[in-house]
Design a protein around this ligand. Sequence first.
Ligand code: FES
Ligand SMILES: [Fe+2]
Length: 455
Amino acid sequence: MNKPLNKKNVRPEPWAVYQDIIARDRHPTPPDLLEAGTDDLGLSNSSREMYTSPAFHKLELDRLWSRVWQFACREEEIESPGDVAVYELGDWSFMIVRAEDNSIKAYYNSCTHRGTKLCSSNTHLQKIRCPYHGFTWNLNGSINKVPSSWDFPHVSEETHSLQEVRVGTWGGFVFINLDPKAPPLEEYLENLPSQLGVVNFKDLYIAGYYRKILPSNWKGSIEAFIESYHTAETHPQTTSFSDEQHTQYDLLGRHTSRFLQALGVASASFGDPQSEQQIVNSMFAEIMREKTEAPPLPDGMTARQFMADTTRTQLTEAGRDVSGMSDAELVDAMQYSLFPNMVLFRSVGFPVVYRFRPNKHDPDTSIFDMFILKPVPAGAPRPLPAEPVEMGDMRYVDIPELSDWLGDVYDQDVANLKLLQEGLKAGNTPVTLSQYQEIRIRHFHNTLRAYLEQA
Ligand code: FES
Ligand SMILES: [Fe+2]
């Protein structure tokens, strides 16, 4: 369990309040949600240069991104032999390929003759062929053809096959790692697969795939989403039905952490205490946008119970078996992160996934991919995965697969980021992190530093 924090600062402990809320739920909560755990990570500051310095950005590419397992594509994007997904990171580019034997291969997207990029976007190929002089490879990376091979006595399978990168899969996600010495993916994922098993990511498909260039360093971007401390100021419209002040933060391992945030409970930051009926009323007003009137709550029913029952009914009607699920799993925001750049929700109703990447060599911008996943309809063939939509200036509230209230929340988050990045360059005080509510960021920085210090 968590070590108690300094009582002078925090009373009662946020995680204890969250645990108290779920202890009153009617459907039993799974044991892994009854655990709470952080370490004392101290109170040290971080530097602004982490977010702004081109040299730091380069160091990250050299020592971090070259060593971590990173989510490159979904298996469904390369379903058949010859399907190719392109994944770019910094100046690197990779082809993730479904080979003839159905195995998944990943190669540097660069010709072994004179270096030309082989594939510009996701595609389907019989052979991989360089557009410049026509060097050609089989899907398994072996050489198929070298034009004028008589002129290349020094080119062989050993030296000029496509340069392979390690591949691992979990939950329908394809990960790559450039480091031959890195631990296997299974070890890297720690206990994420068991904690997220209930979502069954493997059986989901990409219903919406949205890409936005954010005006902030990739770390500033992911950090905007892994704490709830900003909610009262940035998303005040949610505090009447979401208890961000008592979000529980857990450090699960070196690469994994989570937060658990109660919904159907008003936050102290909302102001006056709210009756259960008032909580439901404001939830309907914000989430349903008053398209549907809030019903009167039956005697003795809490807003949280009402929310759990409604979600349970909706999912059951949609053909999902949620009989074994707890109220907390149906109602709360349970968000997990996988170092360095992946965020996943433990939600059967809205299993969204985020990926944040550096944008080429620019420390001031990053690429944010949002994957809106849905279950494959029962008895139906797997729908084709959605292609990425380059959002440009498009707002999140205009994404059809997102409800308006969530779209507003994302737009509010993104609106902070330009100011964040500009402000980081405008002053020189250190970046200060809170002891508890921002502990996932502190933990993220510690892991990051450990990678960077490794020569
Ligand atoms: S650069 Fe690719 S074949 Fe020449
Ligand atoms: Fe937010």
